[in-house]
Design a protein around this ligand. Sequence first.
Ligand code: COS
Length: 385
Amino acid sequence: MEYFLTEEQIMIRDLARKIAQEEIAPRAAEYDEKEEYPWDVINLLKESEFMGIYLPAEYGGMGGGVLDLSIVVEELSKACGGVAVTFAANALGTFPIVLFGNEEQKQKYIPKIASGEYLAAFGLTESTAGSDASNIKTTARLEGDHYVLNGTKQWITNGGEASVYTVIAATRPDRGARGLTAFIVEKGTPGFEFGKKEMKLGIRCSSTRELVFQDCKVPVANRLGKEGQGFAVAMKTLDKARPGVAAQAIGIAQGALDHAVAFAMERKQFGQSITSFQAIQHKIAECATRIEASRALTYATARMIDAGSDNFSKESAMCKLLASDTAMYVATEAIQIYGGHGYMREYPVEKFFRDAKITQIYEGTNEIQRNVIALEVIRDAKKKK
Ligand code: COS
């Protein structure tokens, strides 16, 4: 399908593809096996100026938007889902500063994130606050010119590796979603340590860790937005970041299908290539169609966001839902096309299968996406009455 990308976007795609296929794909199995943070790739992405691709030019970024970011994430994901989330999580950690930061905060942090000097991460999730995102137990108590943070964040992508964390804490624990506030916390702040590093099913080279705050003093100057605005910061950030998860899922799906088609063309059974069997052709057709549908919806949503729409919760949830279900479907079918080979770690598709699964879970489970979509559809219908 022709997506009518600009010349610049085609250049971005081609460069991301070259890095992904030449530098990442040959080492994807090794990254997976070693479960080590891919600093060498991050350094390559820094050199290619991709770290600031979605950030405003006035703060040292390339001035692109969610579509440009998605194009890069998709290409990286075709090679390795773990590397891709490591890159994409920077945007998740930085969007709160872009959306809610004051001038001083933007000047202080965005140029360093755009250049890749700082990696960023987003600290919302806790053991009691997953889908129930407002049930946050980490507290922030105002004491003079600083807040004192106490609590533990769980499953934070880029945890331990990032230099800057946007963290949601309760300034008024009695007020639920309305009692939350967002903060920028720098690595190295006394009282801020990293806890358990998770061992995962997929995306294994990415870092997933606890953030532990014990009487951690954060200057008032690092509060993002107003007190009580933290839930809105989190929700608006997720709305903007979910097309990135969709792009990751599309890359995983496309990568798995590309491998499966290449394998099917070589694989002979009953004296002929298995691509001559209708059973295999139908699988390929179904996968390819679902991928195009997911990409079309994701690019349309990204364009809507980049054009300045003020409400895209529904579309953002829809593309994340469709693309991640597609990734799981395609990765499953890719293994089926490979047959027994697909189940073996010697071949690449079992990794795509493991990497695909998380896209149905993080940045909001697909059950939560369906809730968001349904509520928006019903709200729109009520407005029309
Ligand atoms: N943008 C701005 N504001 C939003 C919003 C959005 N997308 N979604 C909700 N809000 C506001 C609501 O308008 C409401 O404001 P008021 O208190 O002024 O009325 C407030 O936030 C609370 O909203 P709601 O009552 O809908 O909150 P719920 O606790 O029911 O939660 C869901 C809503 C489930 C959608 C939310 O908790 C969620 O997205 N959960 C998943 C979180 C997630 O993605 N976690 C992944 C880990 S982060 S990588």
